[in-house]
Design a protein around this ligand. Structure first.
Ligand code: SAH
Ligand code: SF4
Length: 349
């Protein structure tokens, strides 16, 4: 089969074999084949969501983390970073600001901060759920035991983002210290699914040592998991990590993977990520035009945003921020895309 036929097959069957995925991932696609992939992905996105782009307000609740992922600026061995933890009142204040602006999803993201116990998260989720029953609460707070994940779910969280990062064990162990385990992450993802969370996973594109083979394995893993949300962004180096001198992930490859995922999962919520917007000035729109349907403007208190430094130069202001919704809207309008404030659950299509 030639690449055009492979793309048609992917759209129809939502899956390809490992070697066929490799052919779409490799840089050998001709320009019109690459364009066709993107067009099919956007066409499928239009069929599911129209030209609407769903917004989620991102609240970065703490930059304290017990873990030491080698790629991340929040890793505990980064002793230079000034750490912060928002109080419940500050977080509720962010929700209020967001709710007034029309946000109906709050994403609470943060490092694995030992001071933020399961009980605290549960109480916080309950408080947000009580005040904003019309809004969805998404958590992105790393790995927890099954019991805690159940408490959060019972308190009103309905979505959870936990990228698997890479499914290949050898690759996983080059990105993480020995005390972290890929299997624990997979256990969490399994539990999230069983608890009925809309579950998000994903990878960093172009992380050090990643091969196209690894990405093909990740795609096959995601086929089995059936995530309702998929977060894909390029690797971006952080100067105070062991990976400071590695190159950033590739824009075209990131966009191609978004398109492949859209053809695999026509209904999934796929954000055009902050990392993509940081890599390229028009990255956010390029991601949407390649098949993404979600953006996550930053709702964190502005004076804390620079401290949530997963990677260098992270975009957090202007069109990447909640207060920049107008700027974002006009960027999108140029591409005939429009913000919707609908809650936008997985099943709402
Ligand atoms: N602690 C939680 C949530 C915060 S990190 C967790 O790890 O799940 C959120 C995501 O940021 C991670 O899943 C990772 O994929 C991404 N990330 C971290 N460092 C990055 C980097 N240098 N470049 C690109 N993405 C990065
Ligand atoms: Fe902590 Fe998440 Fe960064 Fe890993 S990626 S160091 S778990 S914040």
């Amino acid at each position: 089969m030639n690449p055009i036929e492979l793309i048609d097959k992917l759209e129809q069957d939502h899956i390809l074999g490992h070697s066929d995925f490799l052919r779409l991932l490799s840089g050998n696609l001709l320009p019109d084949e690459a364009l066709y992939l993107k067009q099919r992905a956007r066409e499928v996105t239009d069929r599911t969501f129209g030209r609407k782009v769903r917004i989620r307000g991102l609240i970065e609740i703490t930059n304290v983390c017990r873990n030491n992922c080698l790629y991340c600026g929040l890793r505990k061995d980064n002793r230079i970073l000034k750490r912060y933890t928002l109080t419940d009142d500050e977080i509720l204040g962010c929700c209020k600001t967001g709710h007034d602006m029309g946000f109906r999803t709050f994403v609470l993201q943060g490092g694995e901060n030992p001071a933020i116990t399961a009980e605290k998260v549960t109480n916080l989720v309950s408080a947000i759920h009580d005040r904003y029953p019309d809004s969805a609460i998404t958590l992105s707070l790393g790995e927890w035991d099954d019991y805690s994940l159940k408490m959060f779910r019972d308190a009103g969280a309905t979505r959870y983002l936990l990228r698997h990062e890479t499914i290949n064990p050898a690759h996983y162990s080059r990105l993480h210290p020995d005390e972290m385990s890929r299997d624990n992450r997979l256990r969490c993802l399994d539990t999230l699914k069983q608890l009925g969370y809309q579950t998000g996973t994903g990878i960093i594109v172009g992380s050090p040592f990643q091969t196209l083979d690894n990405i093909a394995e990740d795609l096959l893993f995601m086929r089995d998991l059936k995530p309702e949300m998929i977060g894909i962004g390029p690797f971006l180096p952080h100067s105070l990590t062991p990976f400071s001198s590695y190159r950033a992930g590739d824009l075209d490859l990131t966009l191609r993977i978004i398109s492949i995922l859209r053809l695999m999962f026509p209904h999934a919520n796929i954000p055009s990520t902050t990392a993509l917007a940081t890599l390229h000035e028009n990255g956010r729109c390029l991601g949407l035009l390649a098949g993404a349907n979600v953006v996550m403007p930053n709702l964190s208190p502005p004076d804390m945003r620079n401290q949530y430094s997963l990677y260098d130069n992270k975009a957090a202001f202007g069109a990447e921020s909640a207060e920049g919704l107008k700027a974002l809207s006009s960027q999108l309008a140029k591409n005939n895309l429009y913000i919707t404030t609908e809650k936008g659950d997985y099943s709402d299509v």
